[in-house]
Write a protein of this length. Structure first.
Length: 398
C-alpha cells in the first residue's frame, strides 16, 4: 500500500510557493491521486494577480496540448467501434493528402513513397511539423501562414491549409512533434459525420462528467478563467532566454479564442478545462474506465495503447532543442521506457504530457498514481510540472 508522508508532502506547496513568490507564475494548482482517490491537492497564487483575485478550486485553464491525449483516446474508442483503423490511409478520409509531397534539403519536392496513416498521426511520425520548431523548413512555411496563430480558421480550413504544404519527411521515418492530432481530429469528423465537440461530449466528456471541458468558455464561467502570461505567442520559436522569467500578461485571443464554439475547434490544442475535470480523464488513461467504473476502452486496447511505438533508430525524442531523455511514445503520449536516462524523479512506465502554457499531467498505470498541475504561462522555461511531480513522488512510501 502506498502511503503519503505528510511532512515530506509539504514540499509540493513549498515548491509552488517559491515560484509564485519569485513572480515566475501567477497561480499554480495541483491534484495528485492514486486512481481516483485524491492524496494531495492545493493552490498557490492568484487567478489574476493585478486584481488580487485568489485562485479558486474550479479555475479554468487553457490546456493547449493536453487536448492531444483526449483526441487520441477518442480515436481508439472509434477504432474499437470499427469506424477507423490504425492502418487506414489519411487520404481515405481527406483526399487532399492523396498526392502528398516531401520537401527535400535542396528545396525541391518529391512524391511521398509512403501513405500517411492514422497510426502515423497518433505517434507524430506522419511527416508533419509545428510552427515553433527551429531548423525546419516546413515549420517556417507554417509560421508564415500563421497556422496555429490564426484561431479564426475552422478545423476543416486548418487541415486544408496543412495539406497545402509539403511534408517535412517521409511518413514513418522520423518522430517530430506536430499538428498531427489536428489532422486526426478532422479524420474522425469525416469518418463519423459528426463535429469533434459532439464526438468528445458523447464518448468522453459526458461519461467522465467533464462538464467544464470545452473549446470555449460561456459568459457565466469567464470569471473563473485564469489570466495568461508569457513571453511569446503560440506559433513563435521559443526564446531560450535567461531565468527568472518575467511575469508578463499575454493576450492570446487571436490564437485561442474565448467564445467561438462554431469556429475554434482543434485536435492538438484548444480545450479549456479544470484540474478536477482533467483528473477524471486520467482515470481513462490509467485503466480505460471512468472514475465511476464505466468501461470506455477495453483492457486489451489499453495494453496496446501503452506500448512504446518509436523504433530505436528514431530515438532519442526531442522537441526542437528540448530533449526528452528516457521517454518513448505510445498511442496517447510519452512513456518512460529507460528510467536510467531520466533527468528527474519518475517511475518506469510513467506517461503523460503537458501544454504550451505549462499545464502538465502524469499517470502510472501499474500503481494508479497520477497528477495534474495547472498554471498559465505560455513559453515557460521553468518545468513546473516536473518540479511538482518530483515533490510529490519523493513523499511516497511504498
Amino acid at each position: 500500500m502506498i502511503k503519503l508522508n505528510p511532512q515530506r508532502a509539504s514540499r509540493v506547496k513549498q515548491a509552488a510557493d517559491r515560484l509564485i513568490n519569485s513572480e515566475q507564475f501567477c497561480g499554480i494548482a495541483w491534484q495528485f491521486a492514486q486512481n481516483s482517490d485524491v492524496l494531495l491537492e492545493g493552490e498557490s497564487g492568484w487567478l489574476d494577480e493585478p486584481n488580487g483575485k485568489p485562485l479558486p478550486e474550479d479555475a479554468l485553464y487553457r490546456i493547449y496540448s493536453m487536448t492531444k491525449p483526449i483526441v487520441s483516446v477518442l480515436a481508439l474508442q472509434l477504432m474499437e467501434e470499427g469506424i477507423v483503423r490504425l492502418t487506414d490511409p489519411v487520404a481515405l478520409y481527406l483526399p487532399e493528402f492523396s498526392d502528398a509531397k516531401v520537401l527535400r534539403a535542396d528545396g525541391s519536392e518529391q512524391a511521398a513513397k509512403t501513405m500517411m496513416n492514422i497510426e502515423h498521426l497518433l505517434t507524430h511520425r506522419a511527416g508533419l511539423s509545428y510552427d515553433f520548431l527551429p531548423r525546419c523548413d516546413v515549420a517556417r512555411r507554417y509560421q508564415t501562414a500563421q497556422l496555429v496563430e490564426r484561431g479564426s480558421r475552422t478545423l476543416e480550413e486548418f487541415v486544408t491549409t496543412v495539406a497545402s504544404f509539403p511534408l517535412a519527411f517521409e511518413p514513418g521515418t522520423q518522430w517530430r512533434y506536430s499538428v498531427s492530432n489536428d489532422v486526426l481530429a478532422r479524420v474522425l469528423e469525416v469518418a463519423t459525420g459528426k463535429a469533434l465537440p459532439a464526438l468528445l461530449n458523447e464518448f468522453l466528456f459526458n461519461p467522465c462528467e467533464m462538464h467544464d471541458t470545452a473549446f470555449y468558455v460561456p459568459e457565466e464561467k469567464q470569471n473563473r478563467l485564469a489570466s495568461l502570461y508569457g513571453t511569446r505567442q503560440l506559433g513563435q520559436i521559443p526564446d531560450l532566454g535567461s531565468l527568472p522569467q518575467p511575469l508578463t500578461p499575454l493576450d492570446a485571443s487571436e490564437s485561442h479564442p474565448l467564445n467561438e464554439p462554431d469556429v475554434f475547434v482543434r485536435g492538438g490544442h484548444g480545450l479549456y478545462s479544470t484540474t478536477v475535470d482533467y483528473q477524471r480523464f486520467l482515470s481513462v488513461l490509467l485503466n480505460g474506465k471512468t472514475a465511476s467504473g464505466d468501461r470506455l476502452l477495453s483492457k486489451l486496447t489499453m495494453d496496446m495503447m501503452w506500448q512504446d511505438r518509436i523504433p530505436a533508430s528514431q530515438q532519442p525524442l526531442a522537441i526542437g532543442d528540448g530533449p526528452m531523455p528516457g521517454y518513448g511514445w505510445n498511442l496517447a503520449g510519452r512513456v518512460m521506457t529507460h528510467p536510467g536516462e531520466a533527468m528527474s524523479l519518475t517511475l518506469p512506465g510513467e506517461g503523460g504530457w503537458g501544454g504550451a502554457a505549462a499545464t502538465y499531467f502524469f499517470v502510472h498505470p501499474e500503481t494508479g498514481l497520477n497528477g495534474v498541475v495547472m498554471t498559465q504561462y505560455l513559453g515557460s522555461m521553468v518545468p513546473v510540472g516536473d518540479d511538482l511531480r518530483v515533490a510529490f513522488l519523493q513523499a511516497l512510501d511504498f
